[in-house]
Design a protein around this ligand. Structure first.
Ligand code: ATP
Ligand code: MG
Length: 426
């Protein structure tokens, strides 16, 4: 079989799903294993964290089961120029505020919109105002058992801080009760880019360019504030009713002025320096953008395998397959973003984000209009009402307890993140 055919047929199973639990959260325990990825091919020993956090039933992108049943150096960064101040907010954001801190009883809980590694997101109706929101609900014990308290606190703080960015999902507030944490977000009704992509198979280059450019604007803003996002993937990119992109899930976002070593992300989107645990920073987002543009154009990511360990191997070996001819500028950009050495990666060079924006792939892009979402979007989702959920998959009402395999492999050492009282300010 020719290489091209093999790649295409391998990916036929990918069209449907990616496991919600495909997100990788690795503690330093895994780093030794991860460090071996470059040279060792056998699967991780059963029970190792690296294996577990991405193991078969929480396996990556290649299952044929629907998503609902199955599946987040020293680089020489020159300080980036601050992006221009944000334009007037989307008026929808400004117009609603809760009079007082809401409580869970103030909301009617409706359909599940999505499930993630640490909780679920529901459509909810605020009883007093009749307004609809998306509520991310996390069980405190799960968050603590999986040592994610710091990540959740970061998510809350950063979403509040960047709530005014037109391309970042708006967080209206947070609340808690004895068992759960709640994040009240704007409901982005057009569905995940992931679903649109799987439905279409792949995007035309102009569509990929449109959404890639909107992501560049988000990364530009976050990076200028030393925030690395770390979980770029089509599941975290939503379309509003006008087809404009909104990025959600700041669960792994973090202020990183220099480098960090926490190993987290989603297998197919991990940069080599995360897998090799050599310290990572903003460069991982530019790598992930390269993966995303590739996945949008071809319909599947460049590096994947049923065995996540081999996915990591393919990433660090950087055998970048181009299964068919594509737009030369797109190919050139992907190659420049998927540089193994982060000091050579576009976005991390002297020109910073401007190098990415000035790449020929983005020629002709009206950045300001894209930021505001005032240009006509390439996808027009059908949204019939404020509470229409048909763009989201249907999810079974199941227990929101933690993945026991993941818990079993987390360190049992008590730490600041293992005590539910650490959410005092939520
Ligand atoms: N504001 C929103 N409006 C509509 N749907 C949303 C919103 N936020 C999240 N969702 C849906 O819920 C899903 C899970 O949300 P999110 O990614 O924040 O959770 P998570 O637990 O961090 O997920 P994962 O671990 O799989 O990355 C999203 O992929 C999306 O389908
Ligand atoms: Mg997510």
């Amino acid at each position: 079989m020719k290489q091209d055919e093999r790649i295409t047929s391998d990916f036929s199973a990918l069209r449907l799903s990616r496991a919600p639990q495909s997100k990788t959260v690795l503690t330093p325990l895994a780093s030794a294993t991860a460090g071996a990825v470059a040279s060792v091919s056998p699967p991780a020993p059963s029970g190792s964290l690296l294996n577990t956090s991405t193991s078969a039933h929480s396996s990556p992108a290649h299952s044929t089961t629907p998503k609902s049943q199955n599946r987040s150096s020293s680089a020489k960064f020159t300080p980036l120029a601050l992006p221009p101040p944000l334009p007037e907010l989307n008026p929808m954001h400004g117009e609603f505020k809760f009079d007082k801190k809401p409580t869970p009883n103030d909301f009617e809980m409706l359909q599940v919109l999505g499930t993630g590694t640490f909780g679920k997101v529901r459509l909810v109706r605020h009883k007093a105002s009749g307004k609809f929101f998306a509520m991310k609900i996390l069980r405190k014990t799960t968050v603590c058992q999986l040592r994610q308290a710091q990540h959740i606190r970061n998510e809350r703080r950063l979403l509040l801080q960047y709530a005014n960015h037109p391309r970042i999902v708006h967080l209206y507030g947070t609340m808690q009760d004895a068992e759960h944490l709640y994040m009240i977000q704007e409901y982005v009704a057009g569905g995940e880019i992931f679903s649109h992509l799987r439905k279409k198979g792949n995007f035309q280059v102009p569509t990929a360019r449109y959404y890639a450019a909107q992501i560049v604007l988000v990364l530009e803003h976050l990076h200028a504030n030393n925030v690395v996002y770390r979980d770029l993937k089509p599941e975290n990119l939503l379309l509003d009713a006008n087809g404009q992109l909104k990025i959600t899930d700041f669960g792994f976002a973090k202020e990183v002025p220099d480098v960090t070593f926490t190993l987290c992300g989603t297998p197919e989107y991990l940069a080599p320096e995360i897998i090799l645990n050599s310290g990572h920073s903003k460069a991982v987002d530019w790598w992930a953008l390269g993966i995303l543009i590739y996945e949008m154009i071809f319909g599947f990511p460049p590096f994947f395998d049923d065995n996540p360990f081999r996915t990591y191997e393919k990433i660090v070996q950087l055998r970048l397959p181009f299964p068919r001819t594509i737009d030369p500028a797109a190919k050139d950009l992907i190659k420049k973003l998927l540089k193994k050495d982060k000091t050579e990666r576009l976005g991390c060079l002297h020109g910073g984000t401007a190098d990415v924006k000035n790449h020929p792939f983005f020629r002709g892009v009206n950045w300001e209009a894209l930021l505001l979402g005032t240009t006509r979007a390439p996808i027009s989702p059908v949204v019939r009402s404020e509470s229409d959920t048909h763009n989201f998959e249907e999810y079974a009402e199941e227990d929101d307890g933690p993945d026991q395999e993941m818990v079993a492999n987390m360190s049992s050492e008590p730490g600041p993140d293992s005590d539910p009282s650490c959410f005092a300010d939520f």
